[in-house]
Design a protein around this ligand. Structure first.
Ligand code: AHR
Length: 495
């Protein structure tokens, strides 16, 4: 295959948003317990946090972390997770049929965030709870001192306020699986009144209303319209969640799953702008794509339901292969390309649970295949996002019709220009001509590729670097031409 594109710093979309590189830590399976927190682990620090996971989190380049759920949050009582650990209650977690020990709560989480160098982003329980509890948590976290709740935080060891800027008004309230699931109207009213009250405490907070749990939800579109009609003036973001998997060996459709994400984003932007027009508002609502990933959800749904209420059981521990990483790369490219309206995102999740980082309880930690596209993009995407308009052959997919064989985006900043590009072809390399004439003599610094002859090859604790970015040997200079192997994620840097 032959393809071409142009790198031109004049064709900007929007600035690269650091918050695009957020992730998510939920009290789910082994994400918190034996993921970020495992006292007694050989690498545990004084707070019981795994240093190996902290190091990998920094290397991943995560900007924000959404917490504590997810479906978990819709039954969560935040007060259970503060104060002396030995006195904290144990509770049933209905979302994941587990027992929650509450050893980690908001104070531990914020302490962990400071160590990891990430911004905490808090989700509120609008399933079983409401405005009063949201205000209590806000006061506990953000008020400096001098009130019962803020002084309690100080007594609990956090003298400085947690200073949490971004708050999610509930989680996936459109989903019938959600504890306290609501209609769009019921939720829209509750979210609006919660937001209004929170803004009385601090008008500068950044608030996220729940959008749809996926573009295939029966209420998709109508949900966003109704929720935004109620909340438009008091929220900043509407959320999107999307997970993709390969169905029935249909690799071609799977590698093109970002087609759905693109459609999803465009539809939500159109809906939000339509509501804005009807309300005669100049304000624009942005998207917080606060759950996205590859997730073999159908396997989870087919698994037998446990009835023994375990503590931190291994749940949703998907092991990602090369094709997953390439589909994942397409999703990252799509998020970046939509940086004019997608100004925050959270990869769901960070560790063990559908995650780029895996751990053994008591043992090793390693990078899954999906770790690499995320880490490279987070490290190298800087400055402005550029529109690159590739010309490429197409192929036919069952799920999305004809799609281009490559997908690409670039960023341009002080340190140079970086092109991110996936080749979705299952068996053909793509010879990509890159027009760099507008870059004023910039030269190739590095071209890497993430690929493998076996598209289903994975990284394991014993072979952790089987899939990792390697220098691309097939590069021609002047004019620049790079051969993209079949099923590959590629990064090309010029300066
Ligand atoms: O990330 C796993 C789950 O996916 C989250 O708890 C929920 O919000 C979504 O359905």
């Amino acid at each position: 295959h032959q393809a071409k594109l142009t790198l031109d710093p004049a064709f900007t979309i929007a600035p690269v948003r650091r918050r695009t590189f957020g992730a998510f830590v939920e009290h789910l399976g082994r994400c918190v317990y034996t993921g970020i927190y495992e006292p007694g682990h050989p690498t545990a620090d004084d707070d019981g946090f795994r240093r190996d996971v902290l190091d990998l989190t920094r290397e991943l380049g995560v900007s924000t972390i959404r917490y504590p759920g997810g479906n978990f949050v819709s039954g969560y009582r935040w007060e259970d997770g503060i104060g002396p650990v030995a006195e904290r209650p144990r509770r049933l977690d209905l979302a994941w049929q587990s027992t929650e020990t509450n050893e980690v709560g908001v104070d531990e989480f914020v302490r962990w965030c400071r160590k990891a160098g990430v911004e905490p982003m808090m989700a509120l329980n609008l399933g079983t709870r409401g405005i009063a509890e949201a205000l209590d948590l806000l006061e506990y976290c953000n008020h400096p001192s001098g009130t019962t709740l803020s002084d309690l935080r100080v007594v609990n060891g956090s003298k400085e306020p947690h200073g949490i800027r971004m708050w999610c008004l509930g989680n996936e309230m459109d989903g019938p699986w959600q504890t306290g699931h609501k209609t769009a109207h019921e939720y829209g009213r509750l979210a609006a009144e919660t937001a209004r009250a929170m803004r009385m405490v601090d008008p500068t907070l950044e608030l996220v209303a729940c959008g749809s749990s996926g573009s295939s939800m029966p209420t998709f579109g109508a949900w966003e319209a109704t929720v935004l009609e109620e909340t438009y003036d008091v929220v900043d973001y509407i959320s999107c969640h999307a997970y993709y998997e390969e169905h029935d060996g249909d690799l071609g459709s799977f590698l093109a799953c970002s087609t759905d994400m693109e459609y999803f984003i465009r539809s939500v932007v159109a809906t939000a702008d339509h509501v804005g027009a009807r309300l005669k508002s100049r304000k624009k609502i942005d998207i917080s794509f606060d759950e996205w990933n590859i997730w073999y959800l159908s396997r989870h749904q087919a698994a037998e339901r446990r009835t023994d209420w375990p503590i931190a059981p291994p749940l949703l521990e998907d092991r990602y292969h090369l094709a997953d990483a390439v589909a994942f790369g397409g999703l990252l490219i799509t998020l970046l390309r939509n940086s004019d309206r997608v100004t925050a995102a959270s990869l769901a999740q960070l560790v063990n649970v559908i995650a780029p980082i895996m751990t053994e309880t008591g043992g090793r930690a390693w990078r899954q295949t999906t770790f690499h596209p995320f880490a490279q993009a987070s490290r190298l995407a800087a400055g402005e996002v550029l529109r690159v308009e590739p010309t490429a052959p197409t192929y036919e997919t069952k799920a999305y019709g004809e799609v281009p064989v490559i997908d690409a985006v670039a960023t341009h900043g002080e340190d140079g220009t970086t092109l991110f590009v996936v080749n979705r072809s299952a068996d053909q390399p793509v010879s990509l001509d890159i027009d760099t004439r507008a870059l004023g003599g910039a030269r190739l610094v590095e071209a890497t590729t993430l690929t493998d002859p076996d598209v289903y090859a994975r990284n394991t604790a014993d072979d952790p670097d089987r899939i990792a970015p390697r220098p691309n040997p097939d590069v021609e200079h002047d004019p620049l031409r790079v051969l993209l192997p079949p099923v590959s994620w590629n990064v090309i840097r010029l300066a």
